[in-house]
Design a protein around this ligand. Structure first.
Ligand SMILES: Nc1nc2c(ncn2[C@@H]2O[C@H](COP(=O)(O)OP(=O)(O)OP(=O)(O)O)[C@@H](O)[C@H]2O)c(=O)[nH]1
Ligand SMILES: [Mg+2]
Length: 461
């Protein structure tokens, strides 16, 4: 696909599938304007030619001479379009058939249907945007909470890429000075000079370290905060799941062992994307299906950001059960919920309150404690968040990995400088770090990297 890309003209519908007021198609490549002009008929008498960026109204006419739809169309010249190539956009009525017919005409003329993310890939390859910004385009399309939108917007506006570029320049400066001392040993770096280099390197290591750390929150923004609901059968897990979802999603019955498989749903909690998973109740015994459900429940609990462990306070032996369960769970991020508080005699919960500070009393029946639980979850998520206002949060696992590689190399360089090892070795580590950073902005890339990134896009972006 890479070969011949420059000569091809590609087309895609850039609005979502289905019916809508308006749909849009984009054509990019050398022949885009001629494709448009061969189908466009102005309904007034003005010139048949398109001027850049001037939206025109007219008819889109098929090869057979029949009008397909009334459209608005615009032409953007090379270097001044989204892709950087000559580009055309056609706005027609948002009917499935209309859109398909227009697209088919352009394909019949010789255009190829675009692949997912191909327009943005072209924008990157034509040098119009860097790779971090291309990824931010995918992020902003996928953003459906306050926090993910905020981070994506800052990435798109470029504060993050700029910060990374500044860090890269600092490293290039340091490397250049060290390399000069290799090439011209008579210009050896003096004591003051090497102190200055070490300080610069320390500052850069600090900044990259902060970026790596911001990924704890960044991952939550991108992938969502994972909340697992666990507990013995019949504790009220599915009831809580439904309450948090505000819909009767999971089956709730008085029979222990109702939930066999796990259920996973997404909600917006305080502007954060949250993944809530209702699991099968954990207990010894049960049938084959129940045991399989419990196995997956353990896995979900282990990989969650927080476990809500529900305890049925109306059960006589809950204290002994809880003690044994906590020991077996080996999970530290946990909130204990003493549930069914409506069904126990007043004062009976005292034993519970003495236990620990990570606990709440709830009733899924009367909704007591549910608002407090939500508040405490939001506080916990916020605690993991870096400062989102400056946009310097790493939300991409790919970037985090490259930054970690850079950080490791820089720490090695720092050790070598401190030990006055040969400058060749230090310079080598610095170049490694610069290379890792270049993969973030796309200064260095392979088709494989691009393939991975752009396959996450939708067709038409
Ligand atoms: N009185 C009272 N009953 C509750 C409360 N929460 C849940 N229940 C009841 O307890 C029973 C079990 O509730 P579920 O939500 O199905 O419990 P579960 O933990 O999902 O159970 P399994 O899926 O079988 O592990 C149902 O009859 C619920 O109506 C509560 O706060 N108070
Ligand atoms: Mg259940």
């Amino acid at each position: 696909m890479a070969a011949g890309r420059c000569d091809e003209t590609i087309v895609a519908v850039i609005t979502p599938p289905g019916e809508g007021g308006i749909a849009a198609l984009r054509i990019a490549g050398k022949r885009s304007l001629s494709f448009l002009e061969s189908h466009f008929r102005s309904t007034s008498e003005d010139s048949p030619q398109f001027k850049p960026f001037l939206m025109r109204y007219g008819h889109f006419v098929g090869r057979d001479g029949n009008v397909i739809d009334e459209v608005m169309a615009v032409y953007m010249p090379a270097g001044r379009s989204y892709t950087g190539l000559p580009q055309v956009e056609i706005f027609c009525h948002g009917g499935r058939q209309v859109v398909q017919l227009i697209q088919q005409q352009i394909v019949n003329d010789g255009a190829r249907m675009s692949e997912p993310g191909e327009f943005t890939r072209l924008a990157f390859l034509s040098g119009r945007i860097d790779l971090a910004k291309a990824e931010a385009v995918a992020e902003i399309i996928a953003a459906n909470t306050d926090s993910s939108f905020g981070a994506a917007r800052e990435h798109l506006l470029g504060a993050y890429a700029e910060h990374v570029t500044v860090l890269r320049e600092a490293l290039v400066d340091i490397a250049a000075e060290i390399e000069a001392s290799i090439d011209f040993p008579e210009e050896d770096i003096d004591a003051a000079g090497s102190r200055r280099l070490v300080e610069m390197l320390d500052r850069t290591i600090g900044s990259i370290g902060e970026l790596v750390e911001s990924y704890t929150g960044g991952r939550i923004i991108d992938e969502g905060y994972r909340i697992a609901i666990g507990g013995r059968p019949n504790a009220g897990k599915s009831s809580l799941f439904n309450l948090l979802l505000r819909q009767e999603r999971a089956l709730v019955t008085p029979t222990a062992g109702t939930t066999r498989d796990y259920l996973s749903e997404w909600i917006d909690l305080g502007g954060f994307k949250v993944n809530i998973i209702d699991t099968a109740g954990l207990r010894r015994g049960g049938g084959q299906i129940e045991r399989a459900g419990q196995k997956s429940a353990k896995r979900i609990i282990d990989s969650s950001d927080i476990l809500l462990w529900m305890v049925d306070l109306s059960k006589k032996n809950w204290q002994a059960e809880l003690k044994a369960d906590i020991k077996a769970l080996e999970k530290t991020a946990i909130i204990l919920l003493g549930n069914k508080i409506d069904a126990v005699p007043a004062g009976a919960e005292k034993a519970w309150q003495a236990d620990s500070n990570n606990l709440l009393l709830t009733s899924c029946k009367t909704r007591k404690g549910i608002a407090d639980l939500k508040k405490s979850l939001i506080v916990r998520i916020n605690d993991k968040m870096p400062d989102l206002t400056d946009g310097l949060v790493v939300t991409s696992a790919r970037h985090k990995q490259k930054l970690a590689v850079a950080l490791k190399a820089l720490r090695a360089a720092r050790r070598k400088m401190a030990a006055s090892e040969s400058p060749e070795l230090t310079a080598f580590d610095l170049r490694l770090a610069i290379g890792a950073i270049d993969e973030i902005t796309g200064r260095i890339y392979t088709d494989e990297i691009l393939g991975k990134i752009f396959s996450r896009f939708c067709v038409g972006k």
